[in-house]
Design a protein around this ligand. Structure first.
Ligand code: 9MG
Length: 282
């Protein structure tokens, strides 16, 4: 059993996991699947992040490369040019931790130097040099499961037992990270909803989420505005608010400790209410 602190030290800023934490999504990309280019530059992105913090976000996840199926890849320099001015501005204007959503070691290093205190890697530190960079930076990391690569991951993904296979992958990556020198208490795991999964795979993972946390490692999940809401309810991206809040709440009830969301205020209200009910008589 790995002991997990209830507080993550994110480069000098704390992320408390004593209650569910809300991670606000800040895409500084022209082709992100759900923001539709809304947060393109530091001028638009910073006020949006401040709004999310005001609405209850515990951490802001800044990304400079879209991970939607079929998205264009960008160079490390392009990613740096997009995210660093935003991270610098947020670091001086906010007191909450800032996460960098990247798989590239150069971006991780530059982002942490600019004030980021958490690495969110959809490739689970499998890119060359990423695990070594993260170990040196000594900030918490989120290791996400993805089958294949964003460009091709939704081409007929197949598993024998999706929950077991995702669990084996996450455990193997956790072990590799600890062996590379990453503090086990700094590791967060994520099943990667929508990353090389059919709707049935996503539903199975959501039902059995608690099966992925037997090691005491906190779980992060991202279900916000994802295409399973189109498949299940026929909703277009701009109609997915209520479904996203419901999915975040189900995830928290099933063991998620951090939820990555676009709509911070409504998600926060739903989760805080549920926590109050679940706490029992005071
Ligand atoms: C960047 N990104 C997009 N979706 C995500 C998800 O579900 N989890 C994590 N950790 N990152 C995500």
């Amino acid at each position: 059993m790995v002991a997990t602190d209830d507080v993550l030290d994110c480069n000098g800023r704390t992320l408390a996991l004593t209650r569910s934490a809300i991670m606000g999504v800040l895409n500084v990309t022209p082709d992100s699947f759900s923001d539709g280019g809304r947060s393109l530059n530091s001028v638009d992105a910073v006020p949006h992040a401040l709004e999310m913090a005001e609405a209850g976000a515990d951490i802001i996840d800044v990304g400079g490369e879209s991970t939607r199926p079929g998205a264009m890849q960008v160079s490390a320099q392009q990613e740096i040019d997009r995210v660093i001015p935003v991270i610098e501005a947020l670091h001086s204007e906010l007191a909450i931790p800032i996460s960098i959503d990247t798989s590239k070691p150069e971006v991780m290093i530059t982002a942490v130097a600019a004030g980021a205190g958490f690495i969110n890697d959809v490739r689970a530190l499998r890119e060359a040099g990423a695990i070594e960079a993260a170990a040196k930076l000594a900030v918490p990391v989120c290791l996400m499961h993805m089958l294949g690569e964003p460009r091709t991951m939704q081409n007929a993904p197949a598993y024998h037992d999706v929950v077991a296979e995702v669990g084996v992958f996450l455990e193997a990556r956790r072990t590799a990270c600890v062996e590379a020198g990453i503090d086990a208490r700094h590791i967060v795991l994520d099943p990667g909803f929508g990353f090389g999964k059919t709707v049935e795979h996503n539903l199975q993972l959501l039902r059995d989420l608690s099966a992925l946390a037997p090691l005491g490692t906190p779980l992060l999940v991202g279900l916000s505005r994802k295409s399973m809401l189109k498949a299940l309810l026929g909703l277009e991206v701009d109609e997915r608010l209520h479904g996203s809040v419901a999915l975040a709440l189900i995830a928290v009830q099933n063991g998620a400790r951090i939820v990555r969301v676009h709509d911070v205020a409504p998600t926060c209200q739903a989760i805080r209410l549920w926590e109050r009910v679940a706490a029992g008589p005071q």
